[in-house]
Design a protein around this ligand. Structure first.
Ligand code: ADP
Length: 346
């Protein structure tokens, strides 16, 4: 089955084309169209460029959708109800769901004869127990506004957990795995018996680990205090925590791990930023080892996780037991989306 996977942002569409079968997975083509809204007028034109480049008959399309709220536990064949739900959750992912919707609508028009499948970043976390996803705030806020932990990067965590089981030649259902996705955004997930039981990102991707420019966990009382002291409004304070914090805010050098590491020999703030980044991961590994009563494998992925094995070794030191396997597994969210699309369609 020839499957086109589309990953749409506000100014770009990335794609991969796979041939997927019961015992074959082959990447046929990949690419992206950037600068939508500048060089390329809109998502429709971007999609036409991609479809013109592809020299194969497409049998199904898989779409990455960031937020499926609490409506989707797994990938879904797209119909009008699914579209309505994605629209509904746009409020919770204003930067991500609207461009995905644009692309879904355009590609359903351009490729009207084939099934379209939505694969949600949040779906993997819909099996988390209440004790992990509810915040200790008045219950009515959950009931009225659906304020809870949703978790993100789920497709990546699911993919590397899957790969880990394949590499260890053991069923995923029997394993306790901690998956660490360390890219620009960073998140960590506890996977027990093939299900996510907890994850570090929350209602939004701001919670949890120290990231390139995001603070991760912080005392919420700091926010009104900053607003008062620095004379900021809410939007500005949220921007500060999302775009000026994390590795960038601490190091005053860069959000990019390569730059931080380069600066360490002669810059104390860069060293400290790395230490805080690593310490937070270590704490979460300890916590997730605790809630799973042990861990069989710790897996690192994402730009940082895949390219800094010495740092990953250092993070594991003292918190990961000797018998626990530590792996680096390159992520491939598009391959996971194509597998899901195949299972929904086939
Ligand atoms: P995103 O989360 O935007 O997909 P990545 O997964 O590429 O981004 O992660 C970006 C981070 O990974 C940066 O901190 C960068 O320094 C680091 N990184 C990416 N590629 C490499 C590489 N080849 N070598 C070292 N570090 C890398």
């Amino acid at each position: 089955m020839i499957i086109l996977v589309l990953n749409s942002g506000s100014s770009s569409i990335k794609y991969k084309l796979f041939d997927i079968g019961r015992d074959r997975e082959k990447l046929l083509d990949k690419g992206s169209v950037e600068r939508i809204g500048e060089k390329i007028p809109g998502h429709r034109e971007a999609l036409s460029i991609i479809l013109n480049k592809i020299n194969a008959k497409i049998n199904a399309v898989g779409h990455r959708v960031v937020h499926g709220g609490d409506a989707f536990k797994e990938a879904a064949l797209i119909n009008n109800d699914v579209i309505e739900a994605i629209k509904r959750f746009s409020e919770l992912a204003p930067l991500h769901n609207p461009p995905a919707l644009l692309t879904i609508n355009e590609s359903r028009a351009l490729l009207s004869g084939v099934p379209h499948v939505a694969v949600f970043d949040t779906a993997f976390y819909q099996t988390m127990p209440e004790q992990a996803y509810l915040y200790a705030i008045p219950n009515r806020l959950y009931e009225k506004h659906r304020i809870r932990k949703y978790g993100f990067h789920g497709t990546s965590h699911r993919y590397v957990a899957d790969q880990t089981a394949r590499i260890l030649k053991r069923p995923l259902e029997e394993l306790r795995i901690i998956t660490c996705h360390l890219g620009n955004g960073c998140s960590i997930t506890a996977v027990k018996n093939s299900r996510a039981i907890d994850t570090s990102m929350g209602f939004t991707p701001l919670e949890g680990l120290v990231m390139g420019t995001r603070s991760g966990d912080i005392d919420p009382a700091v926010i009104p205090y900053i607003m008062q002291k620095e004379n900021m409004d809410v939007d500005r304070a949220v921007e500060l925590l999302n775009k000026e914090s994390g590795l960038l805010g601490l190091s005053e050098v860069s959000n990019d791990m390569r730059e931080i590491i380069k600066q360490i020999p002669h810059n104390k703030k860069a060293k400290r930023a790395l230490d805080i980044f690593s310490y937070r991961i270590k704490k979460y590994i300890g916590a997730y080892t605790g809630v799973m009563a042990g861990v069989d494998a710790v897996v690192f992925t994402g730009g940082i996780g895949e390219n800094h094995p010495d740092l990953m070794k250092e993070i594991c030191k003292g918190v990961v037991a000797d018998k626990t396997r530590v792996l680096i597994v390159p992520t491939d969210e598009e391959l996971m989306i194509s597998r899901d699309t195949y299972s929904v369609v086939a």
